[in-house]
Design a protein around this ligand. Structure first.
Ligand code: NCD
Length: 365
């Protein structure tokens, strides 16, 4: 059985197969309209979401399957104190596959360790968002015709933007990727991604302070929202919320073939006037999200009983686990600090011990 918790849970071949299936579904929609007849998807959303949840729901419905679940943790047994582990054990008796969004980082990983059906991470805190990544990959493929040899600029909230973290990881497995990071100091890409993804894989990266200085060289501009809900300090949010705004004037600097992506929702970081520019791909991206989720559901259900597509158990995955005695995860929003889950650590590429659930540095007690 295969779970999708982090984009690198899929090999590059598996990723390409999902993107290719997404393209085939777009071309031959009829062919897929009954492939999930009798199957059920559970959507367990502990954090607000419109497009991701609806996109999963629409995807399963278009395949002929059914959907159950909740969109607000308060209406589930969580409000009675049920753990994530117990919830997925129960829901696994009713559904063939589960998509989970959680405000605690690492919650979908903890769920996958006890689940008897595949778990899809539909976003965990500021950590990962692998199905948005598949959406982004399909969009890049359809807009530019390739997934290699790309200069991609990530702009805005690179610190809390889980879609950015996941896409950089996924792209690091393609050839000729160059990354430009456009963010204020307070919203820089976390160090663990720079070290463990860019440096480790030899991906050239640059950090800049303005969009204008790099726009002419970009193939993809990946815009993001400054995420108010992740800030502890409202004054800090107010100070940086309008740092980068894309308008038609700036678009004049960009290549004719550049594509602008945004996971949405947008606030004001892309002015409405840009929507009519043929390079504005963000609404096409939403539609691609449904098709790629259809492809993902088909593959994960097919791989459930097929050898060669297993997610290794946490203890067997080759990660070096450090005896947790004397160590703890320093992230208050990690599942291992909120539910009774045994902390696990691994040595990262940069030689720092990190929590397996949320990638935060381990600390000595
Ligand atoms: C993003 C998310 O949820 O992380 N949106 C999405 O997946 N469509 C980005 C955001 O909330 O700003």
């Amino acid at each position: 059985m295969k779970h999708l918790i982090d984009p690198t849970d899929l090999t590059r071949e598996e990723t390409d197969a999902i993107v290719a299936l997404g393209e085939d579904i777009i071309e031959n929609r009829e062919k897929y309209s009954h492939v999930m007849d009798g199957k059920k998807l559970a959507t367990l959303f502990y954090e607000p979401s419109t497009r991701t949840r609806l996109s999963f729901t629409a995807a399963m419905m278009e395949l002929g399957g059914n959907v159950l679940g909740f969109s607000d943790a308060r209406s589930s047994s969580v409000s009675k104190g049920e753990t994530v582990e117990d919830t997925v054990r129960v829901v696994g008796c009713f559904a063939d596959i589960i998509a989970m969004r959680h405000f605690l980082e690492g919650a979908p990983l903890a769920a996958s360790a006890v689940s008897k059906v595949p778990i899809i991470n539909a976003g965990d805190g500021s950590h990962s968002h692998p199905t948005q990544t598949l959406t982004d990959l399909l969009t890049i493929k359809r807009e530019l015709g390739r997934l290699n040899d790309l200069t991609i600029g990530f702009c805005g909230d690179l610190r809390f933007g889980r879609t950015v973290h996941s896409l950089i990881k996924a792209l690091s497995r393609y050839e000729g990727i160059r990354v430009v990071l456009i963010a204020p100091d307070e919203l820089r890409l976390p160090d663990y991604i720079i070290q463990d993804v860019c440096v480790k894989n030899g991906i050239p990266y640059r950090e800049v302070r303005t969009m204008e200085e790099v726009l002419p060289e970009l193939d993809i501009l990946y815009m993001t929202r400054v995420q108010k809900e992740r800030f502890l300090d409202e004054d800090e949010f107010d100070r940086i919320k309008d740092s980068f705004i894309l308008d038609c004037e700036k678009m004049k600097l960009a290549k004719e073939k550049m594509a602008v992506l945004h996971p949405l929702p947008r606030v004001n970081e892309i002015l409405k006037e840009v929507d009519d520019d043929p390079r504005a791909a963000y609404f096409r991206q939403v539609e691609n999200g449904k098709f790629v989720r259809m492809a993902l559901l088909c593959k994960l259900i097919k791989w459930k009983d097929e050898p060669g597509h297993e997610t290794p158990a946490l203890e067997e995955s080759g990660i070096k686990l450090i005896d947790p005695f004397g160590w703890h995860c320093s992230n208050p929003k990690c599942i291992c600090n909120n539910e009774q889950i045994r902390p696990l650590f691994r040595m990262s590429g940069s030689g720092i011990e990190r929590c397996v659930y949320c990638d935060t540095k381990a600390r000595r007690n």
